[in-house]
Write a protein that binds this ligand. Structure first.
Ligand code: CP
Ligand code: NVA
Length: 300
């Protein structure tokens, strides 16, 4: 059976925790293997990337595999070759796909028509690899995840959606502050309610951040929304994670951001560069989590 990683809720709670523990172990042991020896993984990226692209490339090499990187610009994808045809062609050459794209439906189409494992490297709806990495970054500091309070300040975007899935699965308390009109996926919020997850939504950053252990934010205009930048700056007024907001969180609260960050917008320079900012530990953990996810996909 092929194993794909599309979203965090695809995992059972114990599977998800095992991936976090395994990534931590791999990090501690500077893990290398030949799990992907003689395998080639195609990375299809329809959006820009630094961390995801590099960490997957390095992770695949550390597991003994090869990569090919492809964008729509220099492939027939950019000239409207149907994705379902691409999926079948790729599956004849490659052993897996890591895909960054717009709609999650495109990932599902590659899975449907392809015959190799597919990993979601970000869509408009979610960023599951990043949020698994964020969970590892919190777990390293507070292994009792069900006792932490996490604040999400900003856009109810792909990151926020995956964070909600993580809160359901890992049972941490999640307080989201999003302006009206920029709230996370409604179906997902309903699912969280049904699951009796500890998830709370407000439009007041001061309320969400109160006594938080971890404070997360992300850009106000995600890739593909650049034309909304100016309008969004107005809607997100008061949402900049600065010293004033951070002073409402727990004394030692950590600041987290998936990066890239826009200083002076969603986070102040002071907070970003403060000793409580753990954004580069987060970035490093992409590599270790990527390895654990790939191992899960390529092990029966
Ligand atoms: N956090 C993250 O996914 O960064 P990139 O867009 O650089 O991959
Ligand atoms: N929400 C951001 C995350 C980038 C890693 C985006 O989709 O552009």
């Amino acid at each position: 059976m092929r194993k794909h990683f599309v979203k965090i809720l695809d995992f059972t709670p114990s599977e998800a925790l095992n991936i976090i523990k395994r990534a931590k172990e791999m990090k501690e042991n500077n893990y290398r293997s030949d799990l992907l020896k003689n395998k080639t993984i195609l990375m299809i990226f329809e959006k820009a990337s630094t961390r995801t692209r590099l960490s997957f490339d390095v992770a695949i090499h550390q597991l003994g595999g090869d990569i090919i990187f492809m964008t729509p610009n220099e492939s027939q994808l950019g000239r409207s070759e149907p994705l379902k045809d691409t999926a079948r062609v790729v599956s004849r050459y490659c052993d897996g796909m890591v895909v960054r794209t717009f709609s999650e439906d495109k990932i599902l189409e590659l899975i449907k028509y392809g015959s190799v494992p597919v990993v979601n490297a970000l869509t408009d709806q979610g960023h599951p690899c990043q949020v698994m990495c964020d969970v590892l970054t919190m777990y390293e500091r507070t292994p009792k995840l069900d006792e932490i309070k996490v604040a999400w300040i900003g856009d109810g975007n792909n990151m926020a959606n995956s964070m909600i899935e993580a809160a359901i699965l890992f049972n941490f308390e999640l307080h989201l502050a999003c302006p009206k009109g920029f709230t996370p996926d409604a179906t997902l919020l309903e699912k969280a309610k049904q699951a009796k997850a500890k998830i709370f939504l407000t439009d007041k950053p001061e309320e969400a951040i109160k006594d938080a252990d971890y404070v997360h934010t992300d850009v106000w205009a995600s890739m593909g929304q650049e034309h909304e930048q100016k309008a969004r700056e107005l809607s997100f007024k008061g949402y900049c994670v600065d010293n004033r907001l951070m002073s409402l969180a727990k004394k030692d609260a950590k600041f987290m951001h998936c990066l890239p960050a826009h200083r002076g917008e969603e986070v102040s320079e002071e907070v970003f560069e403060s000793p409580n900012s753990i954004v580069f530990d987060q970035a490093e953990n992409r590599l270790h989590v990527q390895k654990a996810i790939l191992e899960w996909c390529f092990t029966k």
